[in-house]
Structure formats: structure tokens, C-alpha cells
Design a protein around this ligand. Structure first.
Ligand SMILES: [Zn+2]
Length: 315
């Protein structure tokens, strides 16, 4: 069965250029998508930020969430964890709870219409204040039984330590949410250790630099930490210079648990299906599709009952 799962898909990187054009009246493909590799993660994030005016309207963000599930279903995606940063989408009449509810509405409608099970992760940002992260974590916990399953931190890894936000992660964890942290993407292996030890992450967004430090590899293995690897995104953000140099295979050889994800499919102009094909090529039979799917479903933050059902589907 050639199905897929994604645990790491950003809503902000899932705006179809055609939708942007229809809703904003502007052909923004050049600004919204990667036409050549970016020189840095920051340059890549600037492309994503270009979509914010569109998603600051309730009906629009619901539509983007709905289309995100539709796109996933076209990639035979069984299960999708979408993440987004609510603070980026607030305006005068859209407060934080409104943004979360609007996205959940789109995901739930998408799941109903297309069959891909979809859940939501709330992301704070590294450059945000610790207080705003705490507010977001409390809010995320309130929506725990309505489709929010996890808490994450994204953004400029090189310049802002995630540790500043440890209180927010405590709140999310105590509230029963799954913890994932972007680390070891544009930064060093020590950031992966920080995410595991200080923030309680059981999953790491990217984390590819883990291979640079055997001590961190040992730590991640001992804790059963799962890596959300996004190959093409790593190329586009400059985290790797070429796909040939991508450490995916090395991670598996080291005994780490990996999953394959699309990160920002519209920004990168990629498909989840192709990311799996690409990853399987890079892995050179070190891991099968079924093993990748099983890693992802086992590490997913979805309710146990749904998880167990999805695991039976891939067997
Ligand atoms: Zn990401």
C-alpha cells in the first residue's frame, strides 16, 4: 500500500498559490514559493510570512486548513498533523481562540470530506516572549479534546534559545499534549538535547544535526525520540547543501527513529508522496515504507483508539 502519513506540515506553508490569487487578487507565486534554493532558513520563513494577510481572515484560514487536508488525501495520506502559529494570524476581530477554532473547523470538514484523519499542533515561536508562549500553551490545552493534540516551537533557531519557553512546555505537557520541538535544523546537535531534556520533547522537528554529536544520538535513542525529517525542505532552507549529503540514512544507521514529512508543501512546491519516494531512495533499503508509516503512527499524538485503528490499516 503506497499510503503516507505526515506529522510535520505547517498550515502557513500550505497556502496554494491559486487560492492566494483568488482571495487576494494577486499573483504571488514568486513571493510565496521557493523558485530557487533559499540561502537561509530566515529567507525561507520570509516567503511563508508573505501569506499572513490572507490567513488573518477567518473564512480564509478555514479554507487553507480544509485544502491542506484535501492535498494530503490526494497523496494517500492516512493521518496528518498540521501545525500553525496562532499569534501570526490575529487581527482586530480575530483573537487567538478564533484562529484555533477556524483552523479546527477546516481540518474537521476536510477529514469528513476526504477521509484523511487530521489533528492540530499549536506552535509558538522562538522569538516570542515567554509570556506569550505560556498564554498559547494554556489555550492549546483548552482545545485538547477538540482536535489539538500537541505543542511545538518553530522559528529562528540560530538566534533564539528554546529554553526561554520551558514553562509553556511544562503547561502543555501537564495538560496532556504531545511535545515536539524544531531543533537541529539550522542549529547544532546540542539544541536537540535541549529540546529533549529541558522541554520534554518526544519528537524533534528535523533534528538532522543530531548526527554531529554521538552523545545526543545516544540520548535520543535511549529516550525513543522520533525525528520528523523533511528532506526537500532541508535543501530549500540551506540546512543541507544537496540531497546526497542529507543525513537521513546515517540517522537510521545510527538506530534513530525517523519519519518522513513535507513541512511546507506549497512553499516548497512538493508533494508528500514524492517526499516518501525521495526518502526511500536516500535510505537505500535501510527502511521500508511500512516501517516509516509505523514509526509515524506510533509517534503520533492522536487519541489511542484512532492510532490503533490506523496501525491496523497499514498492516
Ligand atoms: Zn517545520
Amino acid at each position: 500500500m503506497n499510503c503516507t502519513v505526515s506529522l510535520h506540515t505547517h498550515l502557513e506553508g500550505s497556502i496554494r498559490p491559486a487560492t492566494f490569487y483568488e482571495l487576494m487578487g494577486e499573483d504571488a507565486k514568486e513571493k510565496l514559493t521557493v523558485t530557487k534554493n533559499c540561502s537561509s532558513l530566515k529567507e525561507f520563513l520570509d516567503k511563508i510570512a508573505y501569506g499572513y494577510p490572507l490567513t488573518q481572515k477567518r473564512a480564509n484560514i478555514t479554507r487553507v486548513a480544509y485544502e491542506c487536508v484535501e492535498t494530503a488525501s490526494k497523496n494517500d495520506c492516512l493521518y496528518l498533523e498540521v501545525r500553525f502559529g496562532p499569534t501570526l494570524h490575529t487581527t482586530g476581530d480575530m483573537q487567538l481562540p478564533d484562529t484555533i477554532e477556524a483552523v479546527l473547523e477546516g481540518l474537521q470538514k476536510g477529514e469528513k470530506d476526504f477521509g484523511t484523519v487530521a489533528r492540530l499542533i499549536i506552535s509558538t515561536l522562538r522569538h516570542a516572549t515567554p509570556e506569550s508562549s505560556i498564554e498559547l500553551a494554556k489555550l492549546a490545552v483548552q482545545y485538547k479534546n477538540q482536535g489539538v493534540v500537541g505543542f511545538d516551537i518553530a522559528g529562528d533557531e540560530a538566534n533564539f534559545p528554546a529554553y526561554n519557553h520551558h514553562k509553556a512546555f511544562e503547561i502543555a505537557k501537564l495538560g496532556g499534549l504531545g511535545i515536539t520541538v524544531h531543533a537541529g535544523e539550522a542549529g547544532i546537535a546540542a539544541n536537540v538535547a535541549e529540546a529533549i531534556l529541558e522541554l520534554g520533547a518526544t519528537r524533534i522537528g528535523h533534528g538532522i544535526r543530531v548526527v554531529d554529536d554521538p552523545k545526543v544520538v545516544t540520548l535520543a535513542k535511549a529516550r525513543g525520540v522520533v525525528f520528523e525529517v523533511c528532506p526537500t525542505s532541508n535543501l530549500h532552507t540551506g540546512a543541507v547543501d544537496s540531497l546526497e549529503e542529507h543525513p537521513l540514512k546515517e540517522m537510521v544507521e545510527e538506530g534513530l527513529l525517523v519519519t518522513i514529512n513535507d513541512d511546507d508543501p506549497e512553499t516548497s512546491q512538493i508533494s508528500l508522496r514524492n517526499e516518501y519516494e525521495l526518502a526511500l531512495e536516500l535510505l537505500e533499503n535501510k527502511l521500508s515504507r511500512k516501517q516509516l508509516l509505523e514509526n509515524a503512527l506510533r509517534a503520533s499524538f492522536v487519541e489511542e483508539k484512532v492510532k490503533n485503528h490506523l496501525l491496523t490499516v497499514i498492516r
